[in-house]
Design a binder for this molecule. Structure first.
Ligand code: IFM
Length: 494
């Protein structure tokens, strides 16, 4: 279908680089009631009227649970080095603790074997937000310290079952969203609206990260396995000199609240001061920070956009709310929407140089830690077109987006950043949380009526990158063909 559209360009990624694609359990698996899976907080939340766009749920999603072999074969055609997926905790432990569901564990064990048979390395995330509902009911979810200990046991069980084969482990994915969107703003499951709770949740995620690293170290046996955490650590840029404090505040609450405990064994003093109005931090118990601060092998970075911040000139301390806003103290900060930037379908500004700068900066900040870009990608309004009876998606904007970001990653490496891999978000179109099924991030298009898979142009582009290690550029004939096709597929043009 997409033959002769690309040729190898001049920019090359290192041979040793891990190139791959990522998904998360609740976003792609479906099979909500299959194989003994328990309920997660996202089942409850998405089934609550008004919480997601159009009432979308992950009940079916991309039906990856039932179509995993089709997806594995597609992965093979993409020449992936690695596939990053998350384990659904309630599929493996339906109530989050106690009984293990052997069928659930077997699903992931087979997936790992099937990946390895195809020469694809498994990268596993333990927590991509789908907390078992029972732990929410019993302990208040991540608000409760008990959940951190339940996570430790879950990590031990999964480590013992899969740790002979998994190449890279991530304890958590984006604890920022997990805590602040889940417990403070109410935007994500379980929908809590207390900033004090969100701060407690952030701490329990930090603690549980350390507990899980220890549990994995004591159970996994693959000698070259690496342990990491995937943070959406933000590239923050103040608009002007007067906005430096706004940038510092956001950096403390969004970035250093996680890198502090996990990578340095401390909470930053300015964070404690900034949040004193919301909590006295009494949920931090003696020894917690030592536990959170475990040596890890790799830092996962999820990058989508630069956060341009400025101080809110109209800030009134009396307006500061205890919950229901984005994060504690969010009234003090404005996020600037830069009109000079091209934007994705999520309305996120496209700034590949932000990725380059951030990789260089993070590598300087944590020089001993290799970094893997664990998520990067873009949603666009993709349309399937019929070319001589064969479905196709000419997602030229995604090709441009990914090319620019891989090139930015290569530039960061040339500037000395210790980056060892790049994973596209996402392998498949999927359930984009509260935004439902509108935004499509996949290299592979999913028809949500028929569940048919259609590889997009970007999947061919990525397959060629993985095979040749040279950033593919479009051939002159492809430029011409695209121009001719524009009538068919106007949405594919930037
Ligand atoms: O879909 C999400 C993913 O679950 C976490 N990182 C950002 C992606 C795009 O919003």
């Amino acid at each position: 279908m997409y033959d002769d559209l690309f040729q190898p360009g001049d920019i090359c990624v290192p041979r040793s680089f891990t190139l791959g694609a990522a998904t998360a359990a609740y976003q792609v698996e479906g099979g909500a009631n299959s194989g003994g899976r328990g309920r997660s907080i996202w089942d409850t939340f998405s089934h609550t009227p008004g919480k997601t766009e159009g009432g979308a749920t992950g009940d079916v999603a991309a039906d990856h649970y039932h179509r995993v072999h089709i997806d594995l074969d597609l992965m093979r055609t993409l020449n992936l080095d690695a596939y990053r997926f998350s384990i659904s905790w309630p599929r493996v432990m339906p109530t989050g603790e106690g009984a293990v569901n052997p069928d659930g564990l077997m699903f992931y064990s087979r997936l790992i074997d099937d990946l390895l048979d195809r020469g694809i390395q498994p990268i596993v995330t333990l927590n991509h937000w789908d907390l078992p509902q029972s732990l929410e009911d019993k302990y208040g979810g991540w608000r409760g310290r008990e959940t951190a200990h339940a996570f430790e046991t879950y990590a031990e069980i999964v480590g013992a079952a899969l740790g002979d084969r998994v190449a890279v482990w991530s304890t958590h994915n984006e604890p920022w969203n997990n805590s602040f969107s889940g417990y403070g703003s109410g935007a994500f499951a379980p929908g809590g609206t207390s900033h004090a709770d969100a701060l407690a949740a952030a701490h329990h995620l930090n603690l549980s990260h350390g507990l899980a690293v220890q549990a994995l170290r004591s159970t996994i046996t693959r000698p070259d396995a690496q342990i990491s955490v995937a943070l959406n650590n933000f590239r923050i840029e103040p608009e002007g000199p007067d906005d430096a404090d706004a940038a510092r505040r956001f950096d403390a609450i969004a970035n250093r609240i996680f890198t502090g405990p996990m990578l340095r064994g401390e909470y930053p003093d300015d964070l404690i001061l900034d949040t004193a109005k919301f909590t006295d931090w009494d949920f931090v118990k003696p020894g917690d920070l030592e536990i959170a601060h475990q040596p890890i092998d790799l830092l996962g970075l999820n990058y989508y956009e630069v956060m341009h911040v400025r101080a809110n000139p109209a800030f009134d301390p009396a307006s500061e709310s205890d919950g229901g806003t984005d994060f504690p103290g969010s009234e003090r900060i404005e996020f600037v929407r830069r009109d000079d930037l091209a934007r994705t379908g999520m309305d996120w500004g496209i700034e590949p140089r932000g990725l380059e700068e951030h990789l260089v900066a993070l590598s300087e900040e944590f020089p001993s830690l290799p970094i893997m870009v664990m998520e990067n990608g873009a949603a666009f309004r993709d349309t399937v077109v019929d070319v001589d009876g064969i479905p196709a998606v000419f997602d030229v904007n995604r090709v441009n987006y990914l090319s620019a970001h891989v090139a930015a990653t290569v530039r960061a490496v040339e500037r000395g950043a210790n980056v060892i891999g790049y994973l596209v978000w996402s392998l498949l179109d999927n359930f984009e949380w509260t935004a439902g099924y509108g935004p499509r991030f996949g290299l592979i298009h999913i028809d949500y009526e028929t569940l048919e898979r259609t590889p997009k142009l970007s999947s061919r582009w990525f397959a060629e990158l993985c095979a040749t290690r040279a950033l593919p550029v479009r051939t002159p004939s492809s430029e011409k063909a695209h121009a001719e096709r524009e009538g068919l597929d106007a949405a594919a043009t930037l």
